[in-house]
Ligand binder design. Structure first.
Ligand SMILES: [Zn+2]
Length: 231
């Protein structure tokens, strides 16, 4: 495949493991079709343990390595980490500029992230870090990454403004697009299982996780709200 024909995708998640939960199957599947996937993780995952003997000093590097291993298992080319404090993510100017910088570096055709919906299917409250990551990512896609006069310091440093063509939000109440990941569902589970600090001790995690993506016909799907950005 010629360089110009390679389509890139950036998956932005709040915590280590969010990109795999949200779009890991799509990453594994589309990578087989020649896409290049990149992950961007906004927080350090430092609150993600129920073990009273665990410290953030041990947890943060462990979760980073787990995320790298999961990405590798799914064919993802590279992970970027912003290391904001877990639980305290804010969709502020700093986060916006950091995501814009990664978009202008990777130049993705498609960007994947969390939904902005606060309540999901009347069953879940969407974590505030997820909403903050989603808000900043959506704002980065349009208009900040696209327009040269936003964060002009990037342009001065040699990066170019970039127009993302498609946005995919996972967890949305009004999903309009499904990716059939049946072919790669075991690979997705393998990726998720790399997050041993999260799921290592959980019995039957693989089966539980698999059921989460099974539809009424027995196929496995990842669902998104897909937005095609004409301008
Ligand atoms: Zn999360």
């Amino acid at each position: 495949m010629a360089e110009a024909e390679v389509k890139r995708a950036l998956v932005v998640g709040a915590h280590p493991d969010d990109p795999d939960f949200g779009a890991g199957g799509t990453a594994a599947l589309w990578t087989r079709d020649g896409w290049e996937f990149f992950y961007l993780v906004c927080t350090d995952g430092s609150k993600g343990s129920a073990d009273p003997t665990m410290s953030p000093e041990r947890l943060v590097p462990a979760r980073r390595e787990e995320q790298r291993a999961a990405a590798a298992a799914l064919g993802v080319r590279e992970c970027f980490f912003l290391d904001h404090v877990d639980g305290e993510l804010s969709p502020n100017r700093e986060l916006l500029g950091q995501i814009v910088r990664v978009i202008r570096t990777v130049k993705p055709h498609a960007v994947f992230t969390h939904t902005l919906d606060v309540i999901q299917r009347n069953s879940f409250i969407n974590h505030s870090d997820h909403r903050a990551a989603a808000q900043a990512t959506v704002d980065a896609v349009y208009p900040s990454a696209r327009d040269v006069l936003n964060f002009p310091e990037h342009i001065a440093q040699g990066l170019e403004a970039h127009h993302v063509r498609e946005l995919y939000l996972w967890g949305a109440n009004d999903s309009n697009f499904s990716v059939d990941i049946t072919e790669v569902v075991e690979q997705k589970i393998d990726g998720l299982m790399k997050h041993t600090s999260q799921f290592g001790a959980r019995e039957n995690f693989a089966e539980f996780a698999k059921q989460r993506w099974r539809d009424e016909t027995g196929r496995f799907v990842e669902r998104f709200q897909r937005v095609t950005l004409a301008f």
